[in-house]
Design a protein. Structure first.
Length: 280
């Protein structure tokens, strides 16, 4: 596909999706939102892709919404009716629902939507000089992209209140200490670190297992009781006797060799997963 505000490519079973407006420090637009949604959907549907890297061109990941014109369609009219979805949510809703792990490689500023769109990523790797900011209170606007759901689950409610209510900028070291990012790197080394992690995931993990684990963590951890997780775990463990991946994982471990997992997302996801039953 041809994109205007992003770039997307696939190599070695890893899709790299890049915000590509370096002249505007990757300022976020409606076009960018829709293209990110589309590119992530393509990567998720491609059995040849095992992991996705999300990054930005130039020295900044994303400085927030492009306020230079009407790029975010801000008007004084009444709110749109029907099923209109604000642009940042179009990205994070897609990322949340994905079956592939997402690795965010962050340089420079990640402010406003530049921070909120990162929250559903499975791994966030940051440059040492990066800074984050949920600056909505300082602009007289509101957080978007479901960030009031994601952020407390990542850094805790107290920290989320501090960051969002104050709207202050957050240095990379503080983000690391709070668990917002996994590791810090020199700016020119962040993307290579993301590629190394992606390669490890491709070579050592089973795609069906990753897809189930990723969604189970989101779906089960939000429930008031562990009982649904107990029930799901029992069905999943009982199904392992029919899993070629389970046999291969054990044999590869015993034989001290890399695993060769063969089950696919298209054909081998358990039919009884509760989130699949809801979306059918």
């Amino acid at each position: 596909m041809t994109y205007e505000h992003i770039r997307s490519s696939v190599a070695d079973r890893v899709a790299t999706v890049e915000l590509h407006r370096p002249e505007a420090r990757n300022g976020f637009t409606v076009t960018m939102a829709d293209e990110l949604d589309a590119a992530l959907a393509v990567a998720d549907a491609d059995e040849a892709v095992r992991a996705v890297i999300l990054t930005g061109a130039g020295k900044d990941f994303c400085v927030g919404a492009d306020l230079s014109g009407s790029s975010l369609e801000v008007t004084n009219t009444e709110p749109p009716e029907g099923d209109w979805v604000e642009p940042a949510t179009r990205v994070t809703r897609r990322m949340f629902a994905m079956q592939k792990p997402v690795i965010a490689a962050i340089r420079g500023a990640a402010v406003g939507v530049g921070s909120t769109m990162l929250l559903p990523a499975d791994f966030r790797l940051s440059a040492k000089d990066s800074r984050f900011g949920f600056v909505f209170s300082k602009r007289g606007i509101y957080p978007e992209a479901g960030s009031t759901w994601f952020l407390p689950r990542i850094v805790g409610l107290g920290r989320a209140l501090d960051w969002m209510v104050s709207g202050r900028l957050i240095p990379a070291e503080e983000a690391l200490g709070a668990g917002l990012v996994r590791s810090l790197h020199e700016p020119d080394a962040v993307l290579d670190a993301a590629r190394t992690l992606a390669r490890e995931l491709v070579e050592t993990t089973a795609p069906v297992s990753v897809a189930v684990i990723r969604q189970a963590l989101y779906q089960m951890s939000a429930l008031p009781s562990p009982e649904p997780a107990f029930q799901l775990d029992s069905r999943l463990i009982a199904s392992l006797s029919r899993s070629a991946d389970a046999l291969e994982g054990v044999m590869a471990f015993m034989q001290k060799r890399p695993p060769r997992f063969t089950r696919t997302l298209a054909h081998d996801l358990p039919a009884f997963l509760p989130w699949r039953e809801v979306t059918r």
